[in-house]
Structures are given as structure tokens and as C-alpha cells.
Design a protein around this ligand. Structure first.
Ligand code: ADP
Length: 559
């Protein structure tokens, strides 16, 4: 299995053919040409000299060939400097000309030192060579031109010893660099192994997929999820993971939208070879390497089968309990309302208690109703009904429904339909539920003025419905929590009015079910506007499998 792999970081032989190598090759050509063409040599030694030049030419030519440079020792700087210095020392021995060769030698060491040790290296080498020259001069080593052989050999040995120290220093840095590189590479490898172990120990399946939808990396959980024994590398994500809608087998898949940015889906599942279904929570995110966008994206699939079944049990429980509570609470509320009506016949204290009991029973009634609606909205097993909805008709109906309660508070309800508002393809009862909450709040949290119900086309081709009021408004801090369960503002004007803090949470839950979006814009003491964006569901397909494929492909393409 090819997984999040350890990439090789050690220096490759090719890396060693660097600038330094190129400089020394050129220098070698100069020296060889100089020796062969210009050197004043002893005619009796011409064959030795030409033989030496021939060997030097071979050595230099060979360093152009990758076949040699890829071998183990040949590319090493140490070997190169040693060979060059033996070559120079041999030249000194053969010709006895210290001045010319010493100058060449000096140039060579200056260049190698400056390359490796920058200015300090150059200064040290120049100073030491000048001292060397001074000593040689004071010892009258320059005359006569020809040395006896033993003195030449002694000089060459001294030069070689000096070069040995120099080369040792020259390569020390390289060795240190290599040590650091090797240590870094080991650390990196260990880090990557650690990461791979970590990813493999996760229960969530992780895929890294390229722009063409092909799997690049994956963890062990991904292999189990795909039911594959072999390598997933390079396979199409869509083919490896046979996704299908997890509920509503008869319902038309919806939500076939291209959205830019990270995606999060909980409505898809996979079926294994034995027919067992795994419900998935899928997150798709673009791979962002330190701010540099790539075409790859990471897909995390979490098994939510258990969580979902617990959710379903909880929903069923809430649904049954709230349903059972509704009737006794309504009876209690009606009875208390009746007693409240006749409270003149009661003493003052009992009358106050009855009013309080009635208020609380009304609150209890609305709490139970909200809980039942939430359980209903969360019930994924209910089919999603699609119908064509005309925003004008819907908003007009809603305005009429709330006209009486609004007029009681001196509030007018206006309907504003923007041009080019398309038809809505969604579940009417759900949209009504959200708008009802918005309008109830708009009336509840305003003293007078106008409430505007508005419909307009959204950028993505869907519809945005909004409810605007001129009421008490909401602070920016409170706006962050509006759609959370049981949130109610601390504002005394809110607290004066009853409420459960569940209405907006319910709106958000329903909107998610419709794959829509809810949000609010508000200014304290000026008013609030609550929005609902419904996506266009214009491209329903009968072929469910194809539709799901398109759905996930869009999901992936949208990233
Ligand atoms: P409830 O109205 O029952 O308290 P909601 O979930 O409907 O619960 O609203 C949550 C909170 O959001 C409210 O308590 C109120 O503080 C604030 N809120 C909602 N709608 C408006 C509005 N139109 N104007 C001002 N505040 C609002």
C-alpha cells in the first residue's frame, strides 16, 4: 500500500556536480594548456610531462560524464582536490619550476578556499602562501631554477601536507553539512512515520485526492471503507467509494450545487459487500500548503452510523413525549384560561397565581411545540418533498396570516418581491416554519412600525427570503449566538417578552435540511433583518446513482 510516503532527502550524486566542480574543471584546462604550450621544461623529461598532461586530460574529461559522477567516490571534492594537488606536485617534481607552478597552485587554493570559506578562507590562504613564498625567497629557493630531485620531493611533500590540512578543513564543513542533512532526513523520516502511524490509527477514513479526482494518499481506515484489499493509489475516488444517499431511497437527491470552498455533508453513505450500510460525515477541504493553494484536496469520512441511530432514537423519544404532552398541556392551558377569565370571582392572591400558572402553561405549550418541531426537522427518515413555490404567493399568504397580530401592536406588514426572483423548488412547510419564526420575532421584538417580507434572487441562482423589522435590534455580540439552542438575549426588553430560545435554532436546523443558509443583520435600537437563502434545485435527476455521482463530483469540483 502506497501511503503518505517518506520522501528521499539524502543528497543525490547529481547534486554534487555543482558550481565548485565546474570552476575546478575550467581551472584544470587552463593549467593543462599552460603546461603543454608554455612551460619551460627540461627536454629530457618531455615524455613524463606529456604523459602527466595526458592523465590530467583524461581525469578532467571523465568528470564531464554522468556515468562516473554517479559512482560512489568519483564525485567527491576530496578526491578531486587530492588528484589535482598530486598533479601539481608531480609537475613541480618534473619541471623544477617553483614560481610558475606555485602561482598556479596558489590560484587553485585561493579559489577553493574562497568557495568554501568565503573571505576569511581566502585571507588565511593568501597570508600563509605569502609567508611560504617569503621563506622560499629568503632561502633562495628560486635560484637555481632546477631543484635536485630530493629537494623537489621534500617540497612536494611539504606542499602536500599543507594541502592535506587544507583539504581536511575544506571538507569539514561539507561533512558537517552532510551530518546535519542526514540527521534532518532521519528526523523527517521519523516524523513522517509517526504521522503515518497516527493517521493509520484514526477511525476516520482520510483521502488526499488530486484535481482529477484521483486518490494520491490514504490511510488504513480508507482502505476498509472502500472494501479494497489492494492499492487505492491513482484510483478514482468516485469509483473506489461507492457513495449513495443514506436515506430517502425514493426521494430525489437534492442539493446538487457547486459551492466554492470547503464542503461538509452528512447525507451520503456506503454499502459494503455484505450489504451493511455505513452512514458518513464527509468533509472536503482544499489542501493549503502554507497559504499556497494546490489543486489537491483532503476528504475526511467519519462513520456516523451509531451516532445517527442514537440521534434517531433521541428524536423519536422527543417526538413521542412532546406529542403525548401536547394534549394535557392544551387542556391545562384552556382550563386556566377559563379560570383566568373568571378571576374576578377569586381573591386577589389566587387570581394572581392563576394568571402566573396560565402564562407558564402557555410557555410550556410553546416549548413542547418547538421540541416536537425540532425532532420532526431532525428526522432524516422523512422524505424531503419538493414542490414549486411562488415567493409572491407565499409571502402574501404569510403577511395575511400575521396581519391581525401585527395590527394589534400597530405594525404594518409589507411584501416586496424583487424583479427576476425565480420560483423556489423546495419543501413549502419547512420554509413556512422558518418564516413564521422570523415574523413572530419581528412582531414580538418591535413596538410599532413596519415589517417587510422580501424575496430576491441569490447569486447562486436560488432565492433569498428576508424579514426586516424596525424593532429593538441585537448587539453584535448576541448576533454570534442567535442560532444556538436556548439562546435568549440578556436585553431586558427581550426578557420582558416570553420565549424559549428555540425558534431560531429550529430555523437553522430546517435550513440545513433544505441545504439552505440562515443569517441575521442587525443594529441595536434600529432593527434587524433575518435571511433565509434557498439554493436552486433546478437539476433534479431521476437516475439516483448518477445524481449522487454528480453531486459528489460537484462537491469535489466546487472546492
Ligand atoms: P425566542 O424568541 O423564543 O426567545 P428565538 O430563538 O426565536 O427564541 O430567538 C432567540 C433570541 O434572538 C431572542 O430571545 C432575542 O433575543 C433574539 N431575537 C430574535 N429575533 C429578534 C428580532 N427580530 N429582534 C431582536 N431580537 C431578536
Amino acid at each position: 500500500m502506497e501511503r503518505i510516503q517518506t520522501k528521499k532527502t539524502a543528497c543525490s550524486p547529481e547534486l554534487k556536480v555543482n558550481n565548485f566542480e565546474r570552476i575546478t574543471r575550467w581551472m584544470r584546462w587552463y593549467v593543462i594548456c599552460g603546461v603543454v604550450l608554455l612551460f619551460p621544461f627540461d627536454p629530457s623529461r618531455v615524455y613524463y610531462l606529456y604523459g602527466l598532461a595526458f592523465v590530467a586530460i583524461l581525469f578532467n574529461v571523465s568528470r564531464y560524464f554522468p556515468v562516473f559522477m554517479r559512482s560512489r567516490w568519483y564525485p567527491s571534492t576530496l578526491l578531486m582536490i587530492l588528484v589535482d594537488n598530486i598533479f601539481l606536485a608531480a609537475l613541480i617534481a618534473l619541471t623544477g619550476d617553483v614560481v610558475t607552478l606555485f602561482t598556479g597552485f596558489l590560484a587553485y587554493t585561493i579559489i577553493t578556499a574562497s568557495y568554501r570559506y568565503k573571505l576569511t578562507g581566502t585571507l588565511v590562504v593568501v597570508a600563509s602562501q605569502l609567508i611560504w613564498l617569503y621563506v622560499a625567497h629568503s632561502q633562495s629557493w628560486f635560484t637555481p631554477v632546477h631543484f635536485e630531485l630530493w629537494r623537489t620531493i621534500a617540497l612536494a611533500a611539504a606542499v602536500l601536507a599543507g594541502i592535506g590540512i587544507f583539504v581536511e578543513r575544506l571538507t569539514r564543513l561539507e561533512r558537517q553539512e552532510r551530518d546535519v542533512l542526514e540527521r534532518l532526513s532521519e528526523d523527517l523520516e521519523a516524523g513522517q512515520k509517526h504521522l503515518v502511524t497516527l493517521l493509520d490509527s484514526l477511525n476516520d477514513a482520510i483521502f488526499v485526492v488530486d484535481g482529477d479526482g484521483k486518490i494520491q494518499d490514504f490511510n488504513t481506515a480508507a482502505v476498509s471503507l472502500c472494501n479494497e484489499d489492494d492499492d487505492l493509489q491513482g484510483k478514482s475516488f468516485m469509483d473506489a467509494l461507492q457513495l449513495r444517499p443514506h436515506v430517502n431511497q425514493d426521494a430525489e437527491p437534492h442539493n446538487l450545487l457547486k459551492e466554492v470552498g470547503p464542503q461538509h455533508r452528512r447525507d451520503l453513505s456506503v454499502k459494503d459487500a455484505n450489504g451493511a450500510v455505513t452512514d458518513l460525515d464527509i468533509t472536503v477541504k482544499p489542501v493549503d500548503l502554507e497559504g499556497r493553494k494546490t489543486t489537491d484536496f483532503i476528504i475526511v469520512c467519519k462513520d456516523i452510523t451509531k451516532e445517527r441511530s442514537l440521534d434517531e432514537q433521541r428524536n423519536e423519544f422527543i417526538s413521542v413525549v412532546s406529542h403525548e404532552l401536547r394534549t394535557p398541556i392544551s387542556i391545562m392551558e384552556a382550563a386556566l384560561s377559563l379560570v383566568q377569565f373568571k378571576k374576578d370571582k377569586l381573591d386577589e392572591q389566587t387570581g394572581a397565581l392563576v394568571v402566573q400558572a396560565h402564562t407558564q402553561s402557555v410557555f410550556l405549550g410553546s416549548l413542547v411545540k418547538d421540541l416536537a418541531t425540532i425532532a420532526h426537522a431532525n428526522n432524516d427518515n422523512l422524505p424531503v418533498q419538493f414542490e414549486q413555490i411562488d415567493a409572491t404567493v407565499l409571502l402574501q399568504q404569510m403577511a395575511n396570516d400575521f396581519k391581525a397580530s401585527a395590527t394589534q401592536k400597530g405594525i404594518e406588514i409589507d411584501v416586496l418581491i424583487e424583479e427576476k426572483t425565480p420560483l423556489i423548488l423546495s419543501t413549502k412547510s419547512h420554509i413556512r416554519e422558518i418564516l413564521q419564526n422570523y415574523i413572530t420575532n419581528a412582531i414580538k421584538y418591535s413596538k410599532e412600525g413596519r415589517v417587510v417580507l422580501r424575496a430576491e434572487a441569490s447569486k447562486s441562482g436560488g432565492v433569498i427570503l428576508s424579514v426586516k423589522d424596525g424593532g429593538i435590534g441585537i448587539t453584535p455580540d448576541d448576533q454570534k449566538h442567535l442560532f444556538k439552542k436556548f439562546f435568549r438575549s440578556e436585553d431586558t426588553r427581550t426578557r420582558e417578552r416570553g420565549g424559549t430560545g428555540l425558534g431560531l435554532y429550529l430555523c437553522m436546523e430546517i435550513a440545513q435540511r433544505l441545504n439552505g443558509k440562515v443569517w441575521c443583520e442587525s443594529e441595536l435600537n434600529k432593527g434587524s433583518t433575518f435571511f433565509l437563502e434557498i439554493p436552486p434545485v433546478s437539476h433534479l435527476r431521476r437516475d439516483q446513482k448518477q445524481a449522487v455521482k454528480t453531486e459528489v463530483a460537484n462537491l469535489v469540483a466546487g472546492v
